[in-house]
Design a binder for this molecule. Structure first.
Ligand code: UDX
Length: 421
């Protein structure tokens, strides 16, 4: 099939490159010429294991353009993969979604052949029905399900293993109304053996938000129980090892610690809270998921203060990305901790194998170390991200406050405090 992908961020670039690897011809669309130039040179526009390899391998079947018009006219199917950032009140900024929908409508007005639009960007339930479809219909003068097809096909890719996740999905969720779109999607995903659930558009959109909200809830639940464990000198990791043995619960997403970050959990849970409130609901569980998460860095800071008076001391941070395997610092727990330490007058020295450049743009006024060894010389060390290399450092004689359970630090440090153990 000939497929176009609008937006070459992490969802778009992985989806497009994955579809090219499966034998499709893919046209990438972006307003950012630089990203397109990178793709044309066989380079990945984001850091993601395996991505560059499949872009390079399939370069002969990959095209790039800044024009939605060109892309739509030379393809049968278009994926919308543009970003949906947060507004300051937690609601979603739909500016890119709206602009792309309008441009798609303008193009479809003159396209004779049937075209299928697949929404992959994370948008709240009802957004496709109430915003995307009306905009396309208005600009094209055509009807969804008659002259063009549209569906919601949320992504469940994890950063750091997005390419693996693309090729090994646990399920494919598709929300659409008409039979033709359904047939088109079945054809596109025919090589995947996993369960394909076809449902309506709103339900598919909600499946995405409910999935992320549930996983975030598991983490905050593990943290809340973990905080109680800490007070009772119980090891929360042992507790959740036992809890996770129950098949109804399962062992995943029960690692307690400094909390969740990233581009999805905080943004999606906040957006769902906001939507619920607009609908007159009081989403108490979801609100507590965020409150508990926001409190975990505070817990780490309190544990630090138990052992050192922060003012004028050098505090070292190990790990700055929101999780290992990525340079993404969005909503990283390092950010609130650094702000708190700065306010308290600490000298901060930080190390991360890949995320320092990104954090430096946001927080330029701390010291970034070339190696973890200089961080180890600090008066106290905070572990924020569980990079594998931190399991090989020498923590003997050190004061360590651990937000992620690094066993070597736990075994060796002179003073060791886990957030929840
Ligand atoms: C998540 C979803 O997993 C993915 O399906 C969706 O498409 C995008 O959002 P991602 O943000 O890449 O993926 O990271 P994930 O691996 O889910 O971790 C999110 C955060 O939760 C990280 O900060 C991680 O450190 C934290 N986490 C995760 C915990 O604190 N404890 C856990 O047990 C699991």
């Amino acid at each position: 099939m000939h497929v176009s992908v609008i937006g070459t961020g992490y969802v778009g670039s992985v989806t497009g490159a994955g579809l090219a690897e499966l034998g499709n011809i893919v046209t990438f669309v972006d307003i950012d010429q630089e990203k397109l130039a990178q793709i044309r040179c066989g380079k990945a526009p984001i850091i993601e294991p395996g991505l560059e390899e499949i872009i390079r391998k399939n370069i002969a079947h990959i095209k790039t353009t800044t024009s939605i018009d060109i892309a739509v006219n030379e393809t049968d199917v278009t994926f919308i993969c543009v970003g949906t950032p947060s507004n300051s009140n937690g609601s979603i900024d739909l500016r890119y979604i709206k602009s792309v929908s309008e441009q798609l409508g303008q193009t479809l007005k003159n396209k004779k052949k049937y075209h299928t639009v697949i929404v992959k960007s994370s948008i709240l339930p009802s957004t496709t029905d109430t915003i995307v479809i009306p905009l396309i219909e208005k600009k094209s003068g055509k009807r969804a399900g008659e002259s063009f097809g549209i569906c919601s096909n949320p992504e469940f890719l994890r950063e750091g293993s997005a390419v693996f996740d693309f090729f090994h999905p646990e399920r494919i969720i598709v929300g659409c109304h008409d039979e033709k779109t359904r047939r088109q999607i079945k054809k596109l995903y025919s090589s995947f053996a996993c369960t394909k659930m076809f449902t309506d558009i709103r339900t598919a959109e909600m499946i995405k938000y409910a999935s992320n909200a549930f996983l975030a809830t598991k983490v905050s639940f593990a943290n809340e129980i973990g905080n109680i464990c800490k007070k009772l000198c119980i090891d929360s990791y042992e507790v959740f090892k036992g809890v996770g043995m129950d098949n109804r619960i399962n062992p995943h997403f029960l690692r307690s610690g400094v909390g969740f970050g990233g581009s999805c959990f905080p943004k999606d849970v906040n957006a769902l809270i906001r939507q619920a409130q607009d609908l007159g609901e009081k989403p108490r569980i979801l609100s507590s998921v965020i409150t508990t998460n926001d409190r975990q860095p505070e817990k780490m800071y309190s544990l630090l203060k138990k052992h050192v008076s922060v003012k004028g001391k050098t505090i070292g941070l190990l790990g700055l990305s929101f999780k290992p395997g990525t340079d993404d610092i969005r909503e990283s727990r390092a950010i609130p901790l650094i702000k708190k330490l700065q306010k308290a007058g600490a000298n901060i020295v930080a190390y991360d194998p890949v995320a320092m450049t990104n954090l430096q743009e946001l927080i330029p006024d701390i010291r970034y170390a070339e190696s973890p060894v200089s961080v180890l010389q600090s008066d106290a060390i905070l572990i924020i991200t569980e990079w594998e290399e931190f399991e090989h450092l020498d923590y003997s004689g050190k004061i360590v406050i651990d937000g992620r359970r690094v066993e070597k630090a736990r075994n060796e440090a002179k003073v060791y405090e886990g957030v929840c153990w």
